[in-house]
Design a protein around this ligand. Structure first.
Ligand code: ZN
Ligand code: ZN
Length: 246
């Protein structure tokens, strides 16, 4: 009940805004009696993104979903109506990122739905830096968890070893050369496929890159993430302009 003054629910995360924008661009404005709105309400309630829902009754309920569609209508120059209330800054960022890239929007939304349905459950624990990811934090968590699969990285390392030394593909850093025995066999494994790549696909070795820890951190910065060749060019370009004192 409104007069019992429950706490405010958390603001919408990118992971929730993406499937809402996907629905808006497919179906436009809908009210809370719509089956699609009710279905999205269920999806949002199944995403492991907010640990606290102070107002459980109203958390992402059909009315809240319908209001979010109206927030997107307020951003939509093609929407004929006027007077829709604007939502948060994050609404605008998601709109700007995806309204002209509907295929990508659909892929990211489908990845989130697959997590909500339990088909590909999401990790619950947060990852460092996940707040800045334009695809949302849940797909990033899944990506980072997959990267830590030991079976996969062992195969990739074995392949690299058979071709020579185990060194970072961007900068050539070899942990054993610098750290001796302690660094033997150490290298990080990075998935080069985009976060929106769908389904529990069998990862191929060519979808993996072996990177030193610095290059790996840089590979997850920026939007979109730089690939191996782009990181190599950045290092080359920076090398021309900086002088490291000896
Ligand atoms: Zn990575
Ligand atoms: Zn490196």
């Amino acid at each position: 009940m409104a007069d019992s003054k429950p706490g405010r629910n958390p603001t919408w995360a990118v992971d929730e805004l993406v499937p809402a924008l996907d629905l808006y661009l497919r179906s436009g404005l809908l009210d809370d009696s719509s089956a699609e709105v009710q279905e999205l309400s269920n999806v949002l309630n199944a995403l492991p993104i907010h640990t606290v829902h102070p107002d459980v009754e109203r958390f992402r309920n059909p009315n809240g979903v319908a209001l979010k569609l109206a927030n997107f209508a307020a951003l939509d120059p093609n929407y004929p109506g006027v007077g829709m209330s604007r939502g948060s800054r994050a609404d605008g960022q998601v709109w700007d990122r995806y309204h002209t890239d509907r295929d990508e929007l659909r892929r990211v939304a489908a990845g989130l739905r697959a997590g909500a349905s339990g088909e590909e459950p999401f990790p619950v624990l947060p990852e460092e830096g996940e707040d800045e990811i334009s695809e949302g934090r849940l797909l990033y968590r899944r990506h980072r968890t997959r990267e830590r699969s030991r079976a996969l990285s062992n195969r990739k390392k074995a392949e690299a070893r058979s071709r020579g030394q185990l060194a970072g593909e961007v900068c050539g850093f070899d942990f054993q050369v610098t750290y001796g025995e302690l660094g033997r066999d150490f290298i990080e494994c990075h998935h080069v496929r985009p976060l929106s790549a769908s389904g529990p696909t069998t990862t191929r070795l060519k979808d993996l890159a072996l990177l030193c820890s610095n290059c790996h951190r840089m590979a997850h910065r920026g939007d979109p993430w730089p690939d191996v060749e782009q990181l190599q060019s950045l290092i080359d370009a920076a090398g021309k302009h900086t002088s490291v004192p000896l």
